[in-house]
Design a protein around this ligand. Structure first.
Ligand SMILES: NC(=O)c1ccc[n+]([C@@H]2O[C@H](COP(=O)([O-])OP(=O)(O)OC[C@H]3O[C@@H](n4cnc5c(N)ncnc54)[C@H](O)[C@@H]3O)[C@@H](O)[C@H]2O)c1
Length: 312
């Protein structure tokens, strides 16, 4: 079992939605590893729910009754009092399904999650927002770099519009309940270790991944951010960009900005490969400290063009 940094502050029993997904699997494994009692829920998205280890309940979050039962400890065999919810379930990117279908699923799933948590008097909710609210794919250049949480959401797709609305919804849920803690994590593009083999192929063309300022998040570091967010106990709604400390590129971050976004103000002295998706606030407030880098898994010079990584 790993040592959780804020073990004493971690909730005892947590529901994780989207538990069968890419990020969800890493989050469930990590939380269980640090001693959290996790009820994993998902509609499984075509995957066999038996693939998800440990306690699992098949729930379609667009059905409010199912969510209420899962969160209130009413489902047979899953009766423990729930202390917190980690909400990751969603159609995870623009363009996977028709816009209205994405919006209908993601908005209903999130409203039902927030509302059922409130009905069950659960005071901590951590959920997946997205880097897209920063203005991806940056056809309109970012206002400055590194981008941070200091400017209003700029959704450019229906998927992102929904994430921006979720952030607004969280603010109102917290206004209604002054004890509620809601943490939105604006994840960058989620990567598993297997995805890193293709990273060297990004180098040839700096335009290829300018859409998210060459950022990424290792699923294991994403899981660490969720753990830190669960330990956050300041009432109210807040949002944090969650990315790795470096970019996906071998070129320096300063050179990338000069080549691709020459008119954009760079507001700090950048480290060689420093992320252009600022994680300063997450470091400062949550104690988030990414542990992984693609550079530790593949040789940056070994170009290997494989399938693109989808999801935002
Ligand atoms: N993958 C990325 O690059 C990325 C980037 C930023 C934010 N995010 C966000 O992170 C979260 C997790 O993304 P992921 O990459 O693990 O996606 P994923 O598709 O691998 O997992 C999402 C899971 O949600 C489940 N789900 C969807 N709708 C549901 C519903 N109505 N009821 C129950 N379960 C439902 C799916 O079955 C799936 O298992 C999402 O909210 C996504 O928007 C992802």
């Amino acid at each position: 079992m790993s040592d959780p940094v804020f073990a004493s502050a971690l909730p005892r029993r947590v529901v994780v939605t989207g538990a069968a997904g890419k990020l969800g699997r890493a989050v469930v494994a990590h939380l269980r590893d640090v001693g959290v009692d996790v009820l994993a829920v998902d509609r499984a998205g075509g995957r066999d729910p038996r693939d998800v280890d440990g306690e699992f309940l098949l729930v379609d979050l667009t059905d409010y009754g199912q969510v209420v039962e899962a969160f209130s400890g009413g489902a047979d065999e899953h009766t423990g009092r729930v202390d917190a919810v980690v909400h990751l379930a969603a159609v995870p990117a623009p363009g996977l399904l028709p816009n209205a279908t994405t919006f209908a699923n993601n908005s209903a799933a999130t409203y039902n999650t927030f509302a059922a948590a409130r009905a069950a008097a659960i005071k901590r909710v951590v959920w997946a927002s997205s880097e897209t609210v920063l203005g991806l794919p940056f056809d309109t250049p970012p206002p400055y770099a590194p981008v941070d949480e200091e400017y209003p959401p700029r959704p450019e797709s229906t998927y992102s519009l929904n994430k921006a609305l979720e952030e607004e919804m969280a603010r109102h849920f917290c206004r209604w309940d002054p004890e509620l803690v809601m943490v939105g994590l604006r994840f960058s593009n989620v990567m598993d270790v297997e995805d890193y083999a293709q990273f060297p192929s990004f180098d040839a063309d700096p335009q290829l991944r300018r859409w998210n300022l060459w950022g990424y998040i290792d699923a294991r570091d994403g899981a660490q951010a969720v753990e830190r967010a669960l330990a956050h106990d300041l009432p109210g709604a807040d949002v944090f960009i969650i990315a790795n400390a470096d970019t996906v590129m071998s070129r320096s971050s300063a050179r990338l900005m000069a080549e691709v976004y020459p008119g954009v103000e760079v507001r700090k002295e950048l480290g060689e490969h420093e992320t252009l998706l600022s994680i300063d606030k997450a470091r400062r407030v949550l104690g988030y400290a990414p542990q992984h880098s693609w550079r530790n898994h593949v040789d940056p010079r070994a170009a290997d063009a494989r399938r693109p990584v989808s999801g935002r």
